[in-house]
Ligand binder design. Structure first.
Ligand code: SF4
Ligand code: SF4
Length: 429
């Protein structure tokens, strides 16, 4: 990284006065904030966090353990952004504050090492990701996981919730499909590039295949460009904005090398980050314009399919389905109706739950890093789900799927949790 880029990031990766000053401290966002509702503390509310950031900005407070604790407790769900009548861009603010922490605060050694390994190595190295995924698969399939669960050891070690949150690793990874082109079935109605993600390649390869299948059966030619990598969302949310920029530049080079109608993703978290590439690279003279061009082409799969229109399904999915809004669809991308419209189009009866737009507690790796708060948030979500009668839960983000499956298991319910695309795939297969 050049010295100029380092200097730019040190100057820009902190919430500026222009962003912070938009907050008029009215408090109208407070009751929409899951951490405020769960912990009951002003410092864990959007208004309280912005107040702390302003104090740091004005030099009245340090970037210390307390500041870091309240900032990392934020789910980044952006319910506050939707609720705020003053247009506070909380997502941009919190991402910059976390980068400011990363650049100025020294975490304890264990936390530093784990973060460096996960963000610095695993997400950047698909070979290493595959090796780790195979180890986890061995643990899950060899009987070791069952033994550990039955012995009560996981509970004794305090990692039972973490174990429940690890997704089953696939036998065949999706990496084998990267670089391929999948022709449209019937008359071609469009041509898209698909971003396969990172964890999706090892734990949700069936979802990626379902995405390709639904698109091609709807007349869309699907390209999965070689050389693509992680979108950088997890890095950006954790404060590693320079690493996120590196990934963004790489994806821009690859996805803008050909002329696609859209760049499609099936993960709400990835989609919202991809649509923010122009924000991430706004001070990069070489990439700023292309980042904006890239961001304008990004579509969530539900958004894209609703836009081009579904062909009649081969069969109807006559199920009562709860649709749980993924925060990074509903709040970050303002996509609420398209997934619902798609479910109705394949014959599902939509069952609305109270507070569908409230976070389930997943929030990227939040449920692993802040498991206790995450589980409390999940409890509320499961209460809402239990208050209605339905046969299935559908959502638009793999993180939400993992979290909701854990909630269903904890309650002893027998309710499948699927991605909207998986239901569409059933309707077209
Ligand atoms: S992003 Fe979510 S958790 Fe964070 S302050 Fe806003 S509402 Fe609260
Ligand atoms: S973030 Fe918005 S809603 Fe919340 S206190 Fe500030 S101005 Fe009010």
């Amino acid at each position: 990284m050049s010295d100029q880029i380092k200097l730019d990031s040190a100057i820009h990766d902190q919430p500026g006065f222009d962003l912070l000053a938009k907050c008029v401290h009215c408090g109208l966002c407070l009751n929409y904030c899951p951490t405020y509702r769960t912990l009951g503390m002003e410092m864990d509310s959007p208004r309280g966090r912005i107040y702390q950031m302003m104090r740091v900005h004005d030099g009245q407070a340090e970037i210390d353990e307390s500041f870091t604790t309240h900032l990392v407790r934020c789910l980044g769900c952006l319910a506050c952004e939707t609720a705020c009548p003053s247009g506070v861009q909380y997502g941009r603010i919190v991402e910059r504050a976390r980068a400011q922490i990363e650049n100025n605060y020294k975490r304890p050694l264990v936390a530093r090492t784990v973060r460096k390994f996960f963000y610095g190595k695993v997400l950047h190295n698909m070979g290493l990701l595959q090796v780790l995924a195979r180890l986890v698969r061995f643990y899950q399939r060899s009987g070791l996981q069952t033994l550990m669960r039955k012995s009560g050891l996981l509970r004794l070690m305090g990692v039972a919730d973490l174990d429940r949150l690890s997704p089953p690793i696939d036998r065949e990874f999706f990496f084998s499909e990267i670089g391929k082109v999948f022709p449209a079935v019937g008359e071609r109605r469009g041509k898209v590039a698909f971003l396969a993600g990172c964890i999706n390649n090892v734990a949700f390869s069936h979802l990626n295949r379902a995405t390709v299948n639904v698109l091609t059966r709807n007349g869309i030619e699907v390209h999965i460009p070689a050389g693509q990598g992680c979108c950088g969302a997890l890095d950006a949310h954790a404060g590693f904005r320079d690493d996120a920029r590196t990934m963004a530049r790489k994806n821009i080079e690859i996805f803008l090398a050909a002329d696609y109608d859209a760049i499609v993703t099936n993960a709400a978290g990835c989609g919202s980050n991809l649509k923010e590439y122009h924000d991430l690279l706004e001070h990069d003279a070489q990439y700023a314009a292309r980042a904006a061009q890239f961001a304008a082409k990004v579509r969530d799969i539900s958004e894209y399919l609703a836009q081009v229109g579904l062909r009649p399904p081969l069969k109807k999915i006559a199920q009562q389905v709860i649709y749980q809004d993924a925060c990074h669809l509903a709040h970050a991308q303002k996509i609420k109706n398209p997934p619902r419209e798609l479910l109705k189009a394949i014959g599902c009866e939509l069952i609305e739950i109270p507070h569908a737009e409230q976070c389930c507690g997943s929030a990227g790796v939040y449920n692993v890093a802040q498991t206790e708060i995450s589980m409390k948030v999940l409890e509320g979500k499961m209460d809402d789900i239990s208050s209605v009668t339905a046969g299935m839960i559908a959502t638009g983000n793999v993180g939400c799927m993992i979290q909701l499956r854990a909630g269903v298991e904890m309650r002893g319910m027998k309710m499948p949790v699927k991605h909207v695309v998986e239901l569409l795939d059933e309707a077209y297969s």
